[in-house]
Design a binder for this molecule. Structure first.
Ligand code: FPP
Length: 227
């Protein structure tokens, strides 16, 4: 059985969590951030080396301006504000996604967080912000076209992704009962296992990560071959 090296989470249900408590949707995102911290601790305890989280998709710009603004403020302030904790936990931050239309202050702080955590080796936390699977492939192919390639293959495309050194995802899980990928990791999900959980993301904790790991090890991965 292939080890669970790289877990990815589609953090869904923040809005529903807030609505159930008569709170604004933004309160759900803040609670989601707290759940993310518990998930990082859980991954470290379970020996998972890479965690990728879907924070903002290339389609999320369609949300109400106030919600977008709030999320951008979280990306600008919260990660960099947690540098000390991230360093003490051994978390190395990596940015995944199209930075060209993110607020410059957010990009600056996220890049600083990358730089200041780059030597940590307990876990790599890949933050997918303004990320889209189509966009990732388009940017990679366009960079190959600019370099004059006439023929390309899958490994060449992957080599132009934002973080080609990060191994492909093993298990993609989604909270809040939705069962779709929503343009997440389209290329690298080719042979990933998929898991869908009813619990809303703000309610996730370390135990959830333990459960996810157990579920993963029940899967039989064949990568198109035989078991
Ligand atoms: C989807 O739930 C959630 C998002 C689009 C945002 C996820 C972002 C976070 C958890 C914050 C991460 C912050 C940092 C700084 C890394 P939804 O709002 O679509 O939920 P709903 O379907 O119930 O409305």
């Amino acid at each position: 059985m292939a080890d669970l090296v790289h877990l990815a989470i589609i953090m869904d249900g923040n809005g529903r969590w807030a609505k159930a408590r008569f709170l604004p949707r933004t309160a759900g995102h803040l609670e989601g951030l707290k759940a993310l911290k518990r998930c990082i601790s859980g991954c470290i305890s379970e020996g998972i080396r890479y965690l990728t989280v879907y924070c903002f998709s290339t389609e999320n710009w369609k949300r109400p301006p106030d919600e977008v603004k709030y999320l951008m403020a979280l990306f600008t302030n919260k990660i960099y504000g947690e540098i000390k904790t991230l360093n003490s936990l051994g978390v190395s931050v990596r940015l995944l996604g199209n930075t060209s239309n993110l607020p410059p202050e957010a990009v600056k702080n996220l890049k600083k967080a990358e730089e200041e955590t780059k030597d940590n080796d307990k876990i790599t936390l890949q933050l997918a912000i303004n990320y889209g699977g189509y966009d990732e492939i388009e940017r990679a192919v366009n960079s190959l076209i600019r370099d004059g390639y006439k023929e390309i293959d899958a490994s060449l495309i992957r080599s132009r992704f934002d973080n080609p050194d990060i191994p492909p995802v093993d298990f993609i899980v989604r909270s809040a009962g939705e069962m779709r990928l929503s343009n997440f990791l389209l290329f690298d999900s080719a042979y990933a296992e998929l898991g869908f959980y009813d619990k809303l993301f703000p309610d996730w904790d370390e135990q959830m990560i333990h459960q996810i790991k157990e579920d993963y090890y029940k899967r039989i991965r064949k990568f198109g071959g035989l078991a």
